[in-house]
Design a protein around this ligand. Structure first.
Ligand SMILES: *Cc1c(COP(=O)(O)O)cnc(C)c1O
Length: 464
């Protein structure tokens, strides 16, 4: 065992900074992978060093390398050394966080970390409650369950059919798709979703929101929540949070802010004002496994309505350890039961860098986003989205003029394997490229390389 820990330590060291030849998108064929895996028929044992070598080889060869400096993709981060270490420590002690008394220090480390993030957000209510989740989807689900428990307490025992009204809630057309899934899962149905059109700056149109709420009330529906997205996945747009809050106040609606990616900017004094209004939210989603650069499986949920959360999740279980006085047991305040030590990776990452170190990282990503925007526009590319955040939607005048398909260009990019960006469909149906600064290994040099790659790829189309 000891030597294998040394091996992974050696392999991890500088992996994504020293492997210059590593392709971001290797050639991947399901048949080839399955053929290789057939070697593992599980009939007999293999030695751990051999398995280790195989798995390392597989992952080097057959995965999109999201921590790679040339990955300008979805919000999947490179991971800090501290956070990789944290996941190993959590696996070693394997503390069970379900009941506080079973894992006191792990539970306190999570609370301590969440408490710090909440002061950065500016949540100071005495009824504060926070928890780690597996990601933004679980945090958004927690928000909806808490909002439902708060608005329709009778539904907890008697179910939604007892309500005699159809609950509805509101979000921007560009909000995250997890809400569609949640509607199916919690039984309110996707028709409960009111997707509000966006204005010219791609933010939720608050006049249209107000009109829809009025219409719904007149039609006998029961509005219960508004979701403001702070940093849309496609274009980094932040809804007008303060205006949304006043509409929520006016109609007595729960105000949830989905800041899964951009919530991290509460650590940046420069960027934090963009989230003004988030402090008045009833609940908030922020992912740790995005801009905080820790491994997947780490989201955060915050609320000032502890009672609603307790109502939503409280149950009795006679085989569980007795509650320690005054301490919350996560199994009765959250969706999960058995609970992994998710928060350790964020704790160690913030502890190692200090909040000023996190701020530096956030600001650096933002500066690199500005650099990418400048380089694109100086070479005749057109930036389509208006956000100070480091996600850029762009196209080229020739692409529209000649009817070139974005996907055709991307396919070539992926075949070459040196860079990864994605395509996005914008409000008017227009296709565009989307590039996000998401790896802290990325520097100006990598951005220059991306622009060169794009120029190379569209050149043949320009001539034809
Ligand atoms: C990523 C994201 C989600 C989903 O979070 P997961 O961690 O992938 O479950 C929800 N909302 C927004 C705005 C996101 O960017």
């Amino acid at each position: 065992m000891e030597t294998m820990f040394e091996e992974i330590g050696k392999a991890a060291k500088g992996f994504y900074t020293t492997h210059d030849g590593l392709k971001v998108t290797p050639e991947i064929s399901a048949e080839e992978i399955q053929k290789e895996l057939s070697k593992y028929d599980f009939e007999g044992p293999h030695s751990l060093p051999d398995i280790f070598d195989d798995v390392m080889k597989y992952l080097k060869k057959w995965t999109v390398h999201v921590p790679h400096p040339n990955y300008f993709g979805l919000f999947n981060p490179a991971t800090t050394e501290a956070s990789i270490l944290a996941d190993a420590i959590a696996a070693l002690f394997n503390p069970q966080l379900a009941a506080w008394s079973h894992a006191p220090v792990a539970n306190e480390i999570e609370k301590h970390t969440l408490d710090f993030v909440r002061t950065r957000i500016g949540l100071f209510d005495n009824n504060f409650f926070g928890c780690f989740t597996t990601g933004g989807s679980e945090a958004n689900l927690t928000a909806i369950l808490a909002a439902l428990a708060s608005h329709f307490p009778s539904y907890l025992a008697k179910g939604l059919s007892s309500l005699h009204v159809q609950p509805v809630f509101y979000l921007s057309k560009n909000a995250h798709g997890s809400f569609d899934k949640i509607c199916k899962n919690v039984g309110i149905g996707t028709e409960a979703l009111r997707k509000i059109p966006t204005d010219t700056s791609w933010k939720m149109d608050t006049d249209k929101l107000r009109a829809q709420i009025k219409q719904d009330i007149a039609d006998g529906f029961h509005p219960f929540m508004v979701v403001g997205t702070a940093g849309t996945t496609s274009a980094g747009i932040i809804d007008p949070l303060q205006q949304l809050k006043s509409i929520c106040k006016e109609y007595d609606l729960w105000f949830h802010v989905d800041a899964a990616w951009a919530g991290a900017i509460v650590f940046s004094d420069r960027l934090k004002p963009l989230l003004n209004g988030i402090q008045q939210a009833d609940s908030i989603t922020i992912d740790a496994h995005k801009w905080f650069s820790v491994p997947l499986g780490a989201g955060m949920f915050f609320t000032n309505h502890k009672k609603a959360v307790e109502q939503a999740f409280n149950i009795g279980a006679d085989y569980m350890p007795k509650k320690s006085s005054g301490m919350d047991d996560p199994y009765v305040t959250t969706i999960q039961w058995s609970r992994r030590f998710i928060g350790l990776k964020l704790f160690i990452t913030i502890a190692e860098r200090g909040s000023s170190g996190i701020e530096k990282m956030i600001d650096r990503f933002t500066d690199l986003g500005d650099y990418l925007r400048q380089q694109l526009t100086s070479r005749n590319w057109i930036v389509l989205n208006n956000t100070p955040l480091p996600v850029i939607c762009f196209t080229h005048p020739q692409i529209k003029k000649k009817g070139i398909r974005i996907d055709d260009i991307l396919e070539q990019m992926y075949d070459r394997g040196n860079y990864w960006i994605s395509a996005v469909t914008l409000k008017n149906g227009e296709e565009a490229f989307r590039a996000c600064i998401t790896s802290f290994h990325t520097t100006e040099k990598h951005i220059d390389g991306l622009i060169k790659e794009l120029d190379t790829l569209i050149k043949p189309f320009m001539q034809s």
